[in-house]
Design a protein. Structure first.
Length: 268
């Protein structure tokens, strides 16, 4: 040892450390193989949660490529933000009593052409409808014939004189899956967010005709959209045959077809 140079001594220390670390890893692996399943699962959970807390949103670089770690919470927040830009409140005023104004329901802007969809419970033609934007501005709404009424929806077009730029929410192009995480945004005065999962899908002729979720605590506003973690709308809340509100949604596929019809009717 005394004859070793400083460099040789350092290399020797690194070699010994390397050998010891390998031996420790082998012994640890062997012990884990012999340990009860409960112990192994607990250790794995601790390791996973430790890694999550250390690098929940760091950028990992490998081979010149960057991989961003995104959590479910990030996706939920992003989905709510995307939907919130196109979620509006619809009010109604009786033509017989112009001072009688009340909330009709939630509306979702579906296109740049300012087509708005909502639930059609208690919809009447002898009523003035207005959309209230997030900034408080109001615009007149005109119903688009009877489009979507048999599906429990009503489609409106925003007054063409409205000098407002609309983006339009995105309707999902794929069907939801059982167990998929979904987010519902509702609320008459302020937005209320509830998170749940798809608990059941009803199919007719191989197509999904209704979506059910395990989300509870919803208010009675119809037309409430539910979105996936991508921010795309999976469906709109509907009413059952005896007009009671319940936790089921009209799938985006049906709404997308109705939107296409609305655009053709309006010449868009």
């Amino acid at each position: 040892m005394e004859d070793l140079s400083k460099t040789q001594f350092l290399l020797l220390v690194l070699l010994v450390t390397f050998v010891v670390s390998i031996a420790t890893g082998i012994i640890t692996s062997s012990l884990l193989d012999q340990a009860p399943a409960e112990v192994t699962q607990t250790i794995n959970r601790v390791v996973e949660r430790t890694v999550e807390r250390v690098v929940p949103s760091e950028t990992v670089t490998s081979g010149g490529k960057e991989t961003v770690v995104v959590t479910d919470e990030d996706l939920i927040l992003s989905s709510v933000e995307k939907l919130g830009k196109n979620l509006v409140k619809i009010t109604r005023t009786s033509n017989l009593n112009t001072s009688d104004t009340s909330t009709f329901g939630l509306g979702t802007i579906l296109s740049k052409g300012a087509i708005v969809v909502s639930g059609n419970k208690n919809f009447t033609n002898n009523t003035k409808y207005e959309v209230v934007m997030s900034d408080g501005k109001k615009h007149d709404l005109a119903p688009i014939d009877n489009l979507g009424r048999d599906q429990g929806l009503v489609f409106f077009i925003v007054d063409k004189d409205a000098k407002t730029v609309f983006s339009g929410a995105t309707l999902s192009s794929s069907d939801v899956k059982l167990g998929q995480t979904v987010v519902s945004v509702s609320g008459a005065e302020s937005n209320t967010v509830l998170v749940g999962r798809v608990s059941n899908v009803v199919t007719e002729n191989s197509n999904i005709s209704s979506i059910e979720t395990d989300i509870r605590g919803l208010d009675d506003l119809l037309g409430t959209p539910v979105v996936g973690l991508s921010g795309e709308i999976a469906g709109f809340r509907k009413i059952n045959p005896n007009s009671e509100v319940y936790n089921a949604y009209i799938p985006a596929r049906i709404v997308r077809d109705l939107l296409s019809q609305a655009e053709k009717m309006l010449g868009n």
